[in-house]
Design a binder for this molecule. Sequence first.
Ligand code: ATP
Length: 226
Amino acid sequence: MLEVRDLTARYGASQALFGVDLTVAEGQAVALMGRNGMGKTTTVKAICRIIPSQGTLTLEGKDLHRLPSFRVARLGVGLVPEGRRCFRDLTVRENLLATARPGDWTLQSVTALFPRLGERAGQRAASLSGGEQQMLAIGRALMTNPRLLILDEATEGLAPIIRQEIWAAIARLRQETGMAILLIDKSIRELAQVSDRAVIVERGQTVWQGAMSDLTPEITERFVGV
Ligand code: ATP
């Protein structure tokens, strides 16, 4: 469904991506891994056309390089960006409805996945805890009814109990909808539990990809290890 080949990108004069390869097939969950600053967020921004890039970038055969970011979103790429952006002065309900597009994901199904969002539907987003804001960010992406959901550090900086809730929701998404997902996260153990495949980037280049079951501790230590 998503095919990225030999992707390069730069921030002004400084090149950040030097050849990223990755594919996400229908219904697959793929973990995008690598140490800090290796190009994971940049790759996701390029896929969503938030920053310019070169190389092959297609979704179901459509060349994303020809499209502005709002069209990529409309084609079915739902991004949960790093830093859980939402409209702080709007209520939870208003935040969710703001991104709604026709499909199975509605206010009802999103609040069934995250009951806390249902309980807080009338509250301003600014009054939510960090974990609830993260749930809202995921809910907003789901409301666009994406075919591919991209989660950039969805559990970053959250308390363990909230992280568990978010991982459980991701696992449910996998089991119940078979939605394609591209995930970035620091927690390798949780990534391994929900992902079919892994792609590892180092200094802006894909250095390893394969089935999660083939990701040995040696490879993890070499490219991702702490
Ligand atoms: P992290 O987990 O720390 O977010 P990452 O793998 O997502 O790491 P990127 O954020 O994609 O890494 O960064 C890749 C490279 O691009 C880094 O060298 C970083 O310093 C650089 N970079 C990122 N954003 C910018 C920017 N806005 N302007 C200039 N350079 C940037």
